[in-house]
Write a protein that binds this ligand. Sequence first.
Ligand SMILES: [Zn+2]
Ligand SMILES: [Zn+2]
Ligand SMILES: [Zn+2]
Length: 264
Amino acid sequence: MRVTFLGTGTSHGIPMIGCDCPVCRSDNPRNKRLRPSVYVENGDQCLLIDATPDFRTQALRANIRRVDAVLMTHTHADHMLGLDDLRVFCRRAGGKMPIYGSSHSIETIRRMFPYACLEKPEWPGMPSFDLHTVQAYQSFEISPTPIRALPLAHGRMTVFGFLLARDVAYITDCKTVPPDVVEAIRDVPILVLDALRDREHPTHLTIEEARGVAEQVGAKLTLFTHLCHEVEHEAVENRLPPHVRVAYDGMQLEVIHDDVRLLA
Ligand SMILES: [Zn+2]
Ligand SMILES: [Zn+2]
Ligand SMILES: [Zn+2]
């Protein structure tokens, strides 16, 4: 399984519009972050987790030629507003793009993109979604990849994390990770984890809280994502143990039989 980070920033992205702070003004490419999403290749299958407002830029940058299905963590704008741009991949996916998410996510997609949720698209070239509701802790398969939906508290909202084939756990936008989820992903080779900033936040893990979760899970490699402009890439990485790193846009890793290899 191969994972490519399309974006690793919080909802504003970095640089943030109109901000002159040192991180937003930094020349280090690792301090430039689009909205959070990953692209997962399992053999010749290609899955997208979340479709951000930056999806078009991300797809061009990563030279994405195929998306077979989309997994939705939740429907905050920074995770959902790129769904329209999937229209180019709908034909390839057999006319409709399969999208998996909680009942709340699926309802919100129906409300936000009614024109893409019709039985038949009104015009050729319009996006067309095939919506699938999954329950918390449900195991399902987007053949050939087994997936498990993991419920997480993000303020009052329940967000899904996803465990993909026991290779990668993607856990973003949460304040806590319940013990049952920790148990479900224990010792996974790659854990991607929300780590917004150092300062306390009501709906996101701080870097310190994320370190605590990383220790409990014991992944071979934990990668922090959804970072805001208060986080300078190198400064934070220097504080972390070697098995906990800060993800960056364009980062690419491969898992083969529990072994993790950094490709880019
Ligand atoms: Zn978010
Ligand atoms: Zn800034
Ligand atoms: Zn969110």
